[in-house]
Design a binder for this molecule. Structure first.
Ligand code: VGL
Ligand code: ZN
Length: 202
């Protein structure tokens, strides 16, 4: 069984959003098309409480891009984004959400961030996605969405670690590129760790 994992295709990661990724909206038609080829589709949703520790605004004198220690883990500070129930946290309206079998919220614990759809950044708690896929006898996962250099990367790397054959649909992803070259480096790291990089357009 194969599954499609749609990572954080949410308004805040698209142009005009709080943590906009360049061309983030362009992954939406790819996702809609890819869904036709899968019997099992899951989505992750960045879903933070307003007082989340990853928001620069929640740390006096800090600005987005700075790195702090958040309960023992290095944490990049972000603008306020994907606050639970907000429009920014909603899936992009053009995304065909009817086809999504299950949604896995992440980043709900204010004390720790969660880039991966499987675990928080400290690998302390699982979201349930891994067990869900194993219950459904999934052996292959296809990952795409936002953002290549954060949530997509960590989701794909955890998928490998959990033993899934893991494919990255490269042109179904867009990245933050906080530093120039971050996306290229992320893709290289995924490849090195066993992720098979494929393309939607040939
Ligand atoms: C993401 C930064 C903070 C992502 C989520 O979806 O890649 N990046 N929260
Ligand atoms: Zn986030």
């Amino acid at each position: 069984m194969k599954a499609l994992i749609l990572v954080d295709i949410q308004n805040d990661f698209c142009p005009g959003g709080a943590l906009a990724v360049q061309e983030g909206d362009q992954v939406v038609p790819v996702a809609n098309k890819m869904m036709e080829q899968f019997d099992l589709i899951v989505a992750t949703q960045d879903w933070h409480p307003a007082d989340h520790g990853s928001f620069a605004a929640n740390h006096e004198g800090k600005t987005p891009g700075e790195i702090i220690d958040l309960n023992g883990l290095p944490q990049i500070l972000w603008p306020v984004h994907c606050v639970q129930e907000s429009v920014g946290a909603a899936f992009v309206s053009d995304l065909n959400t009817d086809k999504i079998h299950k949604i896995f919220p992440k980043g709900t614990d204010k004390t720790i961030d969660s880039y991966s759809g499987f675990f928080d950044n400290g690998h302390r708690k699982a979201t349930g996605l891994g067990d869900y896929l194993k219950e459904k006898n999934v052996s292959e996962v296809y990952v795409m969405g936002l953002a290549t250099d954060y949530c997509v990367k960590f989701t794909a790397l955890d998928a490998i670690e959990l033993g899934f054959s893991t494919f990255l649909i490269e042109d179904g992803c867009r990245g933050v590129n906080l530093k120039e070259g971050d996306v290229v480096a992320a893709i290289l790291e995924m490849k090195e760790k066993g992720v098979q990089v494929i393309h939607y357009t040939v």
